[in-house]
Design a protein around this ligand. Structure first.
Ligand SMILES: [Zn+2]
Length: 392
């Protein structure tokens, strides 16, 4: 019979060392994601970089403070604030912000771009979901890495979660994890939790800079009805309707929905209600976050080809067109965001017909990315003027 008392201490030491080795291996991966920096080479139209905390100092030095890049034409006109990375596990949003930042030209008005709206959420993976830490965009100077983060603020920056998240100021009860969800905490509050303070800082930028158009970029699963869609706040609805018709007729199918009045905390509802900006949210199809998809790999993130989604499409279960021979490649999703913003700006200029709110700018659109690919529009940081290279 086995004597459990024999070698008890050495056995405990071996098990402890084994546990420490596993913790070290896991911890190394978490640290890698938390400390990795993305590079961006800003275009000649770049004016200056500020921190979001310049608009609300209490978030300075916290995990949610984030850079905002300003492109000021010097000609008075309208303005756009473009948010990528509200939910970092929807990375076509960050990439669309970077594509804009590297290529934008502004003739009239000002553009504010924040590639990581929730910086904290971009430094942690989704707890319980095994998926890659990084994606790579192929370029002439080699594969360029970007982070794939979580949906919500990292628990390292905001903890613990409440049993129920009570939205401010409506009092609506939401899921407890929504206390860390940037797109459930609008309009935010100065003395709220860290994510509410982040939302408040974004709203302060909208108010203090008198932003004409506020764009919140997202990606959605294909089984979610609000995919390939603009969701527009009341004041932006007519323009978004026209933009969706324009896009559907020329580049790709894009739906448009009115922001529901009784679903609180979302940018297209509570950002629009608490500042003067026209507010839209955009959703592209991202197979990577569908529950029915197969292996959650970097390949799936980049080409969006999945046989289970094809089967779902054949059974009419998806809310967007899907063909596995095409998939939902990253260039397509980034291009949709770029053309989505451009179409909205065109409609805004036509609808408002106010020279002081007019915005004239250009950056690559869907057709440009279809022709040349994504990497073509990214510049090599090692060959660029160091004053134009930023780390995020
Ligand atoms: Zn989202």
């Amino acid at each position: 019979m086995f004597d459990y008392e024999r070698y008890k201490t050495p056995r405990k030491i071996v098990l402890l060392l084994l546990a420490l080795a596993l913790a070290w291996l896991g911890g190394r991966e978490f640290t890698e994601l938390r400390t990795m920096k993305e590079t961006v080479v800003v275009s000649d139209a770049f004016t200056k970089m500020v921190m979001l905390s310049d608009y609300f100092p209490p978030i300075k030095g916290t995990g949610v403070d984030t850079p905002v890049y300003i492109y000021d034409s010097g000609v008075p006109g309208g303005s756009m604030f473009y948010l990528g990375g509200t939910h970092p596990y929807e990375p076509a949003t960050q990439l669309s912000a970077y594509l804009m930042m590297e290529n934008i030209k502004v003739e009239k008005g000002r553009v504010f771009i924040c590639p990581h709206a929730n910086m904290s959420a971009s430094t942690v993976g989704m707890l319980g979901n095994a998926y890659p830490k990084f994606l790579h965009v192929e370029t002439a100077f080699g594969p360029k890495p970007y982070r794939i983060g979580d949906r919500n603020t990292s628990p390292l920056d905001q903890w613990p979660d409440p049993f129920t998240y009570v939205h401010y100021p409506s009092g609506q009860n939401l899921d407890y994890t929504d206390a860390r969800n940037l797109n459930r905490t609008y309009p935010g509050r100065p003395d709220g939790n860290l994510t509410e303070q982040l939302t408040f800082a974004i709203m302060e930028l909208n108010r203090k800079e008198n932003i004409t158009l506020f764009v919140d970029a997202h990606e959605a699963s294909l089984m979610y009805p609000v995919v390939s869609t603009y969701v527009a706040h009341d004041r932006a609805l007519d323009m978004a309707m026209m933009a969706s018709m324009e896009l559907s007729a020329t580049e790709f199918p894009m739906k448009c929905e009115a922001s529901p009045k009784n679903l609180r905390g979302l940018s297209h509802r509570d950002a629009g209600d608490y500042c003067d900006s026209l507010v839209i949210l955009m959703e592209t199809p991202e197979p990577f976050i569908d529950r029915v998809a197969g292996k959650i790999t970097e390949k799936l993130m980049m080409d969006g080809k999945d046989e289970f989604l094809q089967t779902a499409a054949e059974h009419g279960l998806l809310f967007t067109d899907y063909d596995i021979s095409v998939g939902c490649p990253m260039w397509d999703r980034v291009g949709r965001h770029l053309s989505g913003a451009l179409a909205m700006i065109r409609q805004m200029n036509d609808f408002l017909m106010e020279p002081e709110k007019e915005l004239r700018l250009s950056f690559p659109n869907y057709s440009d990315l279809k022709e040349h690919g994504l990497g073509h529009f990214l510049n090599d940081p090692s060959k660029a003027d160091p004053a134009k290279v930023f780390l995020n």
